[in-house]
Ligand binder design. Structure first.
Ligand SMILES: Cc1cc2nc3c(=O)[nH]c(=O)nc-3n(C[C@H](O)[C@H](O)[C@H](O)COP(=O)(O)OP(=O)(O)OC[C@H]3O[C@@H](n4cnc5c(N)ncnc54)[C@H](O)[C@@H]3O)c2cc1C
Length: 516
């Protein structure tokens, strides 16, 4: 069975849902969105934001193990949602505009048209934000609101930050917060429903736009080509037996995320030639940059027993962020913390550290990690999980920043404002003091903020290290683009979901311009 659409979008995640929704605004074009996972419509396990932690390693998770890490935690797993909305359907919905400095740096690296001047209007277009300022959008599809300051331990923590010299500072004001803390903004509705890309872009139009077809449980195996022109994709039918083909009259857009998009490109013959030959895939384009510069925000954890009862209800249990720098002269923070009103012991209990149900934690993360990793095929069978090797802490910079984070977390929590809350330090605990001891603890227990990106980066047309040009076109072929977190020239300093939705917005603009 072959059927034909103008555009075929693979992956209904943060970016893919936006691409499909925006392209299908034009009633004269037809769009098919293929998503490997099920629909999220009416599924409370997905839609109720506060339940997000239950989705880790659940049936909705591709759940990618990492390759053994020489300097990091080999037990770590990369959660990647397999459901309509993608990771925006199982993330914690912390919502940030990308810093202007990041976007301008992208542009200076060859991503022409992606500077703040061009991208900020797209952030505005996609949101309905309750924050102050003319820069904010008031009528876009994605509801973004400020977390109400209800958690008393969180309120004390912000006071402690101020006592430590980290002021309470407005987030998403249009100016980058280099040194400041606050309650987050989240993309969620007043009733606690996540404003995922699916809820925001697809639910209002699914079944209502005759030119948009959303197929779930459709696991794409590869892109098909006529010579070097992408003609469509093959996918596994929900019956798990038959292979179906969908043809694209104009373009195929891959939005399968920072792990599955490089995997799909490689399965389709686009990637490092030597690696493709090793696994028996015919080489269509030798593109050494595919899957070669995976970036992430590695995350450590430090937790305390709470002296008073912690909250029993929350928007999503991680309501405060702290940004700062560990060296002078930076225009962006190199260290960020999330505050959790819950224990976060998924990698500490295994190592023998005590834990407590009534506890809180801070999770320092390296916002501009210099260690880069790879995504490679395990075999040419599309069903095999790819080899994900983030190579955490292979650049010493990252361990220096994270160690500074654990020490600063202790200083913040030692401030008078936290006296009524902070009990015993559970992990790593008071015996872990020197930089070497802290680094050893981090290596064994770190996690990720789940922000893999930059595995298929865009750049200048003549930059051979970048598989995509600045219009998101895959070099060496025609009719194929990528739009998701993998295209980022480098991972943004902040939580990247809203930036990824903006990438979807931008992609639809580029396609419309190029197909006028
Ligand atoms: C647990 C967790 C918490 C997070 N918390 C936050 C947060 O609070 N704030 C924030 O800003 N960011 C957060 N992130 C990161 C953010 O959600 C991601 O960066 C973003 O969603 C990535 O979007 P994407 O479009 O690149 O990919 P995804 O949203 O992952 O979309 C990819 C889609 O493609 C589908 N797919 C993959 N392969 C195939 C195939 N072969 N065929 C068909 N479909 C396929 C997948 O099932 C998925 O639906 C979090 C991520 C996780 C995992």
């Amino acid at each position: 069975m072959t059927d034909t659409f103008d555009y075929v979008v693979v992956g209904g995640g943060s970016a893919g849902a936006a691409v499909a929704a925006r392209l299908s605004e034009d009633p004269d074009v037809t769009v098919c969105l293929l998503e490997a996972g099920p629909s999220d419509v009416g599924d409370k396990a997905i839609l109720e934001l506060k339940r997000w932690m239950a989705l880790l390693e659940s049936g909705y998770d591709w759940d990618y193990l990492v390759e053994p890490q020489a300097n990091g935690n080999s037990f770590m797993r990369h959660a990647r949602a397999r459901v309509l909305g993608g990771c925006s359907s199982h993330n914690s919905c912390i919502a940030f505009w990308a810093p202007a400095e990041d976007l301008d740096e992208w542009e200076s690296m060859g991503a022409t048209g992606w500077g703040a001047k061009d991208m900020f209007p797209l952030f505005k277009r996609l949101e309905t934000n309750d924050g102050p300022g003319d820069h904010h959008g008031r009528s876009g599809p994605v509801t973004i609101r400020s977390v109400p300051p209800k958690d008393p331990c969180g309120a004390a923590l912000l006071e402690a930050c101020a006592q430590q010299g980290i002021p309470t500072t407005e987030f998403n004001s249009g100016r980058t917060v280099v040194h400041g803390a606050n309650w987050f903004q989240i993309n969620a509705r007043e009733d606690g429903t996540r404003a995922s890309s699916s809820v925001s872009y697809l639910h209002p139009i699914m079944g209502k736009r005759p030119n948009l077809e959303v197929r779930t449980q459709a696991w794409v195996k590869k892109v098909t080509f006529d010579g070097t022109r992408a003609t469509g994709v093959q996918y596994l039918d929900p019956d798990l037996i038959h292979t179906r083909t969908v043809a694209a009259r104009r373009e195929v857009v891959l939005s399968a995320g920072a792990i599955d998009t490089p995997k799909l490109l490689m399965l389709s013959g686009i990637g490092p030639a030597e690696h493709l030959r090793e696994v028996g895939v015919d080489v269509l384009v030798d593109s050494p940059g595919v899957g070669s510069t995976l970036q992430d925000h590695p995350e450590g954890v430090i937790g305390w027993d709470a002296k008073q009862p912690m909250v029993t209800d929350s928007t999503q249990w991680w309501e405060i962020g702290i940004f700062t720098t560990t060296e002078p002269g930076l225009d962006r923070p190199d260290l960020m913390f999330h505050y959790g009103s819950v224990p976060f012991d998924m990698h500490t209990v295994r190592q023998g550290y005590p834990t407590s149900e009534n506890s809180f934690c801070l999770t320092p993360n390296v916002t501009r990690a210099r260690s880069t990793g790879t995504v490679r095929l395990r075999s040419r069978d599309f069903r095999d999980k790819p080899k994900v090797d983030p190579r955490y802490f292979t650049d010493p910079h990252d361990m220096r920043v994270m160690t500074a984070g654990i020490k600063l977390a202790r200083e913040i929590v030692a401030q008078p404002a936290m006296r009524e809350w902070a009990g015993a330090e559970l992990y790593p605990g008071p015996d872990v003091r020197t930089d070497d001891e802290i680094a050893d603890y981090i290596r064994r227990t770190h996690n990720t903020v789940y922000h893999p990106a930059s595995s298929v980066p865009m750049g200048a047309a003549d930059d051979p290290t970048k598989p995509l040009d600045a219009r998101l076109r895959v070099k060496g072929v025609q009719g194929l683009r990528v739009a998701d977190a993998s295209v980022m020239p480098f991972l943004v300093t902040v939580n990247p979901n809203i930036t990824t939705m903006a990438i979807g917005e931008k992609c639809s603009d580029l396609i419309k311009e190029d197909n006028r």
